[in-house]
Design a protein around this ligand. Structure first.
Ligand SMILES: *[C@@H]1O[C@H](CO)[C@@H](O)[C@H](O)[C@H]1NC(C)=O
Ligand SMILES: *[C@@H]1O[C@H](CO)[C@@H](O)[C@H](O)[C@H]1NC(C)=O
Length: 182
């Protein structure tokens, strides 16, 4: 987890993105297949992840895309804001995975209240609309619009990936370094 400073101007992006397969295109140069466009983006420090967003502070409306590169299709991803504290408990998450039978992406919200969570669908503490996801060229992305309390300027955010098990159950994420740093 780390702090994300929301603003209407582009954020400084981290130069520490690590990749396994050479240089990952930085988030500024990414073009979304569905034509979506965001004012700001941030290369996240671990898990080949990128956060694209447009934020209107006066209304709290946050239009966001969380993108995870270099990912197997049999994976789930999640991106969350924790409005009350750091870490996983209380996190208000967006979750996505690809249905292994139909190939159709499923994207939904999950209010995380236990370390033993199965990331089951539940409403968040704030309004979320237009949740969708795509999997393309080894990248999985969740798109959503969230309504934060007006004038929010700093949030705790966290992100994760894990394996999809038999019957499309969401398996536990790894407990190694980057999965704990995220
Ligand atoms: C995946 O898609 C199949 C076929 O449409 C459906 O029967 C199944 O319930 C879906 N699985 C999940 C976990 O949503
Ligand atoms: C947001 O901040 C502005 C400027 O500081 C203030 O005028 C406005 O009343 C605040 N809005 C809310 C909902 O707190």
């Amino acid at each position: 987890m780390c702090f994300l400073f929301l603003s209407c101007t582009p954020l400084f992006t981290s130069a520490t993105t690590t990749t396994v397969q050479g240089l990952q295109p930085r988030c500024e140069s990414h073009i979304f297949n569905n034509g979506k466009h965001y004012r700001s983006c941030k290369d996240l420090p671990v898990l080949d992840s990128f956060l694209h967003f447009s934020y209107a502070r006066e209304t709290g409306v946050l239009d966001v895309a969380y993108r995870h590169a270099n990912l197997e299709s049999s994976s789930w991803i999640a991106w969350a804001i924790n409005p009350t504290k750091k870490g996983m408990l209380g996190a208000q998450a967006l979750v996505a995975y690809r249905n292994s039978t139909s190939g159709v992406m499923r994207a939904y919200t999950s209010n995380i209240n236990s370390y033993a969570t199965m990331l089951q669908e539940s409403p968040l503490s704030f309004r979320v609309t237009q949740v969708s996801a795509e999997y393309l060229d080894g990248e999985m992305t969740i798109f959503a619009t969230m309504v934060l309390p007006p004038n929010t300027t700093v949030v705790n955010h966290l992100w994760q990936d894990g394996p999809l098990k038999e019957g499309d159950r969401l398996g536990m994420h790894a407990m190694s370094g980057d999965h704990l740093k995220s």
